[in-house]
Design a protein around this ligand. Structure first.
Ligand code: NAP
Length: 262
């Protein structure tokens, strides 16, 4: 299936590694021009070079910076002539016990996982509406649907974003202009983020990280962790010309881990 996004410009935030990188790779392979961002220069440039090698016909631009800052966002937004596709993403907040978190910890989580996507959406959505095409995908978490005990900062901040998006996506002046806003909710994926969560739990429980990881994998009905490439493929479909009637949705990609019927 041709996804119909050749020549579109996509900004994929926090995309030198992991799920963001998976989304950038999938969009690039469909012929979209790509802007990727990350704080660390080395992995960012490696990923940008790999995308260029794999997709010689597209333009790939990299912007080093912290997407949770005003400066990081404005440089990312300025890197493309226009943004037709926006994939919001940033690092997830640390695990812990809410009794140890102070106001500053909460503000950081809300800033990264709620206000940063909202600011990015605000910057691009009117242009998308004017042009009659826009696809916005927020990488959130399965924690929005089934809270994860140790990730209270994620449960709380991402739920705020989810509520905001539910209202925005349904505005006739957005949905009626072929602009969609959806959230992708990852379950357990094999990325650096997963490694750091496993390491934190291993340290807390005094168990080997390999045992914690094996138990984590065993909890999933698929018997494995997800791969960033399959996450990226779902993202690319939501960003495709075929997905204009899918908006305001929260799509779990979790190997069947969420136990509910809906
Ligand atoms: P990852 O493998 O650790 O990759 C994170 C990427 O984001 C890296 O490229 C990192 O590069 C970049 N990044 C982090 N903070 C940034 C910032 N402030 N500004 C710009 N770039 C930033 O993580 P992941 O597994 O792909 O996770 C992506 C998101 O999905 C996170 O919010 C995570 O909590 C969520 N999630 C992941 C899973 C999972 O199983 N993997 C499950 C549920 C939710 P730099 O560090 O160089 O900036």
């Amino acid at each position: 299936m041709d996804l119909g996004i050749k020549g579109r410009w996509a900004l994929v935030c926090a995309a030198s590694k992991g799920l963001g990188k998976g989304c950038a790779a999938a969009l690039a392979s469909e012929g979209a021009n790509i802007v990727i961002t990350a704080r660390g220069a080395e992995a960012l440039e490696e990923t940008a070079s790999a995308l260029r090698r794999a997709n010689p016909d597209i333009e790939v631009r990299s912007v080093q910076g912290d997407i949770t800052t005003v400066d990081g966002r404005s440089r990312a937004l300025a890197a493309a002539p226009q943004i037709d596709i926006l994939v919001t993403n940033a690092g997830g907040p640390p695990p812990g016990d809410f009794r140890q978190w102070n106001r500053d910890d909460w503000l950081k989580a809300i800033d990264a996982n709620m206000l940063t996507p909202i600011e990015l959406i605000k910057a691009v959505i009117d242009g998308m509406c004017e042009r009659g095409f826009g696809r916005i995908v927020n990488i959130t978490s399965g924690a929005v649907k089934a809270p994860i005990d140790a990730l209270g900062l994620s449960n709380g901040s991402r739920s705020g974003l989810t509520g905001f998006v539910a209202g925005l996506a349904r505005q006739p002046r957005v949905a009626g202009r072929n602009v969609t806003v959806n959230n992708l909710l990852p379950g357990p994926f094999a990325t650096d983020r997963m490694n750091s969560i496993v390491a934190a739990q291993a340290a807390r429980d005094g168990r080997p990280a390999a045992d914690v990881l094996a138990a984590r994998v065993a909890r999933n009905p698929s018997g494995r962790l997800g791969d960033a490439a399959e996450f990226g493929a779902a993202c690319a479909f939501l960003c495709s010309s075929h997905a204009g009637f899918i908006t305001g949705q929260n799509l779990l990609i979790d190997g069947g881990e969420y136990p509910g019927t809906f």
